[in-house]
Design a protein around this ligand. Structure first.
Ligand code: ADP
Ligand code: ZN
Ligand code: ZN
Length: 732
C-alpha cells in the first residue's frame, strides 16, 4: 500500500498521512484531500510504503492536479521560511503558490466551451449565405474545419459570432462541449514579446567597473550592493549583467518594491531585450494570468521574471542572477500573515542556487550598509549622474505661524518653473484634506470608533475616513462633544495642497496622485502617461511618486510636511525620512532640464536636514550606525516581536503576560525580554493590540530561544486571541 505525507495550508503541524489509492503522485504533486469535513488542497511532501496510522483510519487522495510537481528548490525555500519566520511548514509551502493552484476546483478554472457545426448545419448555412456576407462566410469556413472551435476563435473570424452561434444552436445544428485542460508550456520555446526602441548608452567608467566586477563572478554566490545616486544608471548596469547571464542560457529574477513600478521597468526590459520573454508576477493580475506566468517562470520557459515580493517564490530552475531594485524599500517586507522579507529571502535563494544577487539603491538600508561594512556584501559605487548634475536640496525656513500653506518663495519657484514649460512635483506624504477635525472651544477631536486614531477629513466628498480600518462617515457640522459649529481642519493633506495650488494658479493644470485618486486599476498608469506627455504642470503626490519614477520634464520638487516625521518615537524614523527625502529629491533633472529641490521646514537646523545638505550618505550612515551601536538597536541586535490582538483588552494582556513569563523562564544569555506594551495604534478595526519585544545579540541566540519559546506560546490557551511572530520587524 502507498501512503502520502501531505502538507496543508493550516496553522497545525503537518504532514498528514493519506492513502494514495489509484493515483500517481510524487513529492511536490498538488492534490485535493478531505480534511475535517471539507476538501483542501495539499502538497505531497513524501511518498512512502508505511504509515504510523492504521490504513483503515486514513482517507484517500481525491484528485491530483495535472501539474508539474513543485521543485526541490521550492521545498528548500519553504522550509527556510517555516524555520526562520516560525510558521508551519504547510503555511510556508502555500505562501508562494498562485491563487489558481490553491483552489480545490483548480481544473474548473481552465474550462473552455468549444463548438462544432454538424453536417446539416454546414449544408443549411452554406445554402443560405450570400457571398457578400464576408464575416459569416469566414465563420462558416472556420466551422468547416473538422475540429472543435472556441468562442474566441469564432469571434476573431466574425465579430457577431456570438449571436450567430445562438441562432444556429436554436435550429439544432450546434454541438457543444466543455473542455478542461491546464495550458501547457513547451520548455524549449523562448518566445519574445519585445518592442525594441532601445537606445544604446555608452557606459561610464564607474558603470563599466560595476558590470565587470559582477560578471567576473557570475558563477558563484555573492551579494553585491550597487550603491548609486538617483539617476546614476544603476538600471543600465543591471541590464548589462543580465545580458551576460541570459547569453549563458540562465534565468534572471528582478524584484521591484511596488506594483506601480512594474510597467515602467517591464517596458525598459522589453526594449532592451526584445528577443527574450519577460513575464511579470504581481498581485494585481488575474488568477489565470498569474498562474500562467508562474508556470513559465518555474518551468524555465521565461528567461526574465519581473515581479513584486511574491515573485521571490517563483523558484526558477535555471536561475543565474537576482536583482533587487530599491532594496531599502519597506514594501519588501510583508506586514501581515507570514511576515517575510522578500529581499532577505532573495539572498537565501541566491545563496542556495550559488548565483550572484545585486541589491540596488541610492539609499541602502542600514542593515545592508552594515553588511558592507562587515565585508559580507561587496559594494560598487556610482557617485555621479551621466546626464548632468544631481539636484541639491535647498531648505526654505518658515515660522510656525506661517507654516499653514506654501511659502511665497516656493510659490515663486513653481511659477518660474511653469513659465519655463517645465513640471513641478509637490510632495506631501499625507493624503486627505486635513489630518484631524478639531473643536476650538472644547478641544474635541473626531476619532474613529473602531481605532485609536484620528479621522482624516476628505473635504471634496464631505466625508471623514479612517486610514487604518477604512471606516468612512459623513463630515459632522458640529462638535461631537459641545455642539460648537466652528470646527477646524488641522494639518495638511494632499487635497488641501491641491486646493491652495488651484487658488494660486487658476490657469495651470494640476494632477493629484495618491491612493485615493489611483484606486481604479490602471489609473496610475494613465496618470503617468499624462505626466510624461507634459499634459500637467503641477503634480501633487505622496510617496507613490517618490520612488524610482523617471519624468523627463520634471525640474522642480517641492517637499512639504516632512517636519511631521522629525519627532517620531520609532528608532528607524530618521533613516526612513532621510531615504525618502533623498529619493524624492532624485526625481527632477533626469531629462534635459536641470533639477531643483526645495524643502519647507520650521526646523532647518534639525540634524537630518543638515546632513542631507552638508554630508554624504556615508557620513550619515556611519553616524546612524554609531547611534544604533550605542543603543544596541538593529543591526547590532536581532529582534522578534510577538503581536497579539483581541476584542477584549484583558485577553491581550493576559496572553502577553503568560508569554512573557514563559520567555523569562528560558535561561539564555545575551537575550532581553521586554515588557508587553500597547502597539503604536492600540486599537484597530475593533481589536486591541499589544506586543512583546525580544532582543538578542546574535541570530543564533535568537534561534535557540525561539526554538523553545514559540511552541510554548503556541500552547497558550486564551480564547479570542490572534497572535503572530514578527521576525526582524520593521516597526516596533
Ligand atoms: P537609476 O536606475 O540609477 O536611477 P537609470 O539607469 O534609470 O538610473 O538611468 C537614469 C537615466 O540616465 C536614464 O535615462 C538612462 O538612460 C541614462 N543613462 C544611464 N547610463 C547612462 C550613460 N552611461 N550615458 C548616458 N545616459 C545614461
Ligand atoms: Zn467642542
Ligand atoms: Zn478605524
Amino acid at each position: 500500500m502507498t501512503f502520502a505525507q501531505i502538507q496543508l495550508d493550516v496553522p497545525i503541524e503537518g504532514p498528514f498521512d493519506y492513502l494514495v489509492g489509484a493515483h500517481s503522485v510524487r513529492r511536490g504533486s498538488i492534490v485535493v484531500v478531505p480534511f475535517r469535513n471539507k476538501k483542501m488542497v495539499g502538497v505531497v511532501e513524501q511518498v512512502s510504503f508505511t504509515s504510523s496510522v492504521a490504513a483503515h483510519r486514513l482517507k484517500t487522495i481525491e484528485t491530483v492536479f495535472d501539474l508539474e510537481p513543485l521543485s526541490q528548490s521550492y521545498f528548500y525555500l519553504s522550509q527556510f521560511v517555516a524555520n526562520y519566520y516560525r510558521v508551519q511548514k504547510g503555511e510556508a509551502l502555500f505562501l508562494g503558490l498562485p491563487t489558481a493552484v490553491r483552489r480545490v476546483n483548480f481544473i474548473d478554472q481552465f474550462t473552455e466551451v468549444v463548438f462544432k457545426l454538424n453536417k446539416v448545419g454546414v449544408q443549411e448555412v452554406g445554402d443560405n449565405l450570400s457571398k457578400r456576407a464576408r464575416g459569416k462566410n469566414r465563420l462558416l469556413d472556420l466551422f468547416k474545419e473538422d475540429r472543435w472551435i472556441t468562442l474566441p476563435e469564432a469571434l476573431s473570424a466574425y465579430s457577431l459570432a456570438r449571436a450567430e452561434l445562438a441562432n444556429w444552436e436554436k435550429r439544432g445544428w450546434i454541438e457543444r462541449r466543455v473542455e478542461r485542460a491546464v495550458p501547457k508550456h513547451d520548455p524549449n520555446i523562448t518566445n519574445s514579446d519585445g518592442q525594441g526602441g532601445h537606445t544604446e548608452v555608452v557606459l561610464t567608467k564607474a558603470q563599466n567597473l560595476a558590470v565587470e566586477s559582477v560578471i567576473a563572478k557570475l558563477g558563484v554566490h555573492q551579494t553585491w550592493l550597487i550603491h548609486g545616486v538617483t539617476g546614476s544608471g544603476k538600471t543600465e548596469v543591471y541590464f548589462e549583467i543580465m545580458a551576460e547571464t541570459l547569453s549563458r542560457k540562465k534565468q534572471v529574477l528582478v524584484l521591484v518594491p511596488e506594483i506601480n513600478l512594474t510597467p515602467q521597468f517591464e517596458y525598459r526590459l522589453r526594449s532592451r531585450f526584445p528577443h527574450q520573454k519577460v513575464v511579470t508576477l504581481n498581485s494585481s493580475m488575474t488568477d489565470r494570468e498569474r498562474f500562467q506566468n508562474w508556470q513559465m517562470a518555474r518551468l524555465g520557459v521565461a528567461p526574465i521574471v519581473l515581479g513584486t515580493r511574491l515573485a521571490v517564490f517563483a523558484a526558477l530552475p535555471k536561475l543565474g542572477l537576482i536583482v533587487v531594485d530599491e532594496e531599502h524599500d519597506l514594501s519588501y517586507k510583508q506586514i501581515e500573515g507570514v511576515r517575510y522579507s522578500a529581499r532577505d529571502l532573495a539572498i537565501c535563494v541566491a545563496s542556495q542556487a550559488k548565483v550572484p544577487i545585486i541589491l540596488g539603491s541610492a539609499t541602502p538600508s542600514l542593515e545592508t550598509y552594515f553588511n558592507v561594512v562587515e565585508s559580507r556584501y561587496e559594494r560598487l559605487v556610482l557617485s555621479e549622474r551621466p546626464q548632468g548634475p544631481l539636484p541639491r536640496i535647498e531648505l526654505i525656513p518658515v515660522d510656525r505661524s506661517q507654516n499653514r500653506g506654501i511659502s511665497p518663495q516656493i510659490l515663486q519657484s513653481i511659477r518660474s518653473c511653469i513659465a519655463n514649460g517645465e513640471q513641478a512635483l509637490v510632495f506631501m506624504n499625507r493624503r486627505g484634506y486635513a489630518s484631524a477635525l478639531f473643536c476650538s472651544s472644547c478641544n474635541w477631536v473626531a476619532m474613529c470608533h473602531r481605532c485609536s486614531a484620528k479621522l482624516t477629513i476628505h473635504k471634496h466628498t464631505h466625508r471623514m475616513h479612517c486610514h487604518y480600518c477604512g471606516y468612512q462617515g459623513k463630515l459632522p457640522n458640529q462638535c461631537g462633544a459641545c455642539g460648537n459649529q466652528d470646527l477646524i481642519g488641522l494639518g495638511q493633506g494632499t487635497q488641501r495642497i491641491e486646493d491652495s495650488l488651484k487658488a494660486e494658479f487658476p490657469d495651470v493644470s494640476i494632477l493629484r496622485i495618491d491612493s485615493d485618486t489611483t484606486k481604479r486599476k490602471g489609473a496610475f498608469m494613465e496618470m503617468r502617461g499624462v505626466i510624461e506627455k507634459s499634459e500637467v504642470d503641477i503634480i501633487v503626490g505622496t510617496q507613490m511618486l517618490a520612488k524610482g519614477h523617471d519624468f523627463p520634464n520634471l525640474s522642480l520638487v517641492v517637499i512639504l510636511g516632512s517636519d511631521q516625521s522629525l519627532f517620531s518615537s520609532d528608532f528607524r524614523a530618521t533613516e526612513r525620512l532621510y531615504q525618502q527625502l533623498l529619493q524624492v529629491s532624485g526625481r527632477p533633472g533626469r531629462g534635459a532640464t536641470e533639477g531643483k529641490v526645495v524643502l519647507q521646514t520650521e526646523f532647518p537646523q534639525h540634524p537630518v536636514y543638515q546632513s542631507l545638505i552638508h554630508e554624504t550618505f556615508d557620513d550619515f550612515a556611519q553616524k546612524l550606525l554609531t547611534e544604533r551601536k550605542e543603543a544596541l538597536f538593529p543591526p547590532y541586535c536581532f529582534q522578534a516581536l510577538l503581536r497579539v490582538a483581541a476584542k477584549k483588552e484583558s485577553s491581550v494582556w493576559s496572553f502577553l503576560s503568560l508569554a512573557q513569563t514563559k520567555a523569562l523562564k528560558i535561561k539564555i544569555a545575551e537575550l532581553d525580554v521586554y515588557d508587553a506594551v500597547p502597539s503604536p495604534i492600540f486599537k484597530m478595526a475593533g481589536l486591541y493590540r499589544g506586543q512583546l519585544l525580544i532582543q538578542a545579540t546574535s541570530r543564533s541566540v535568537m534561534r535557540k530561544f525561539l526554538n523553545v519559546w514559540v511552541s510554548e506560546v503556541n500552547a497558550i490557551k486564551e480564547n479570542g486571541v490572534r497572535y503572530a511572530f514578527d521576525i526582524d520587524p520593521i516597526d516596533v
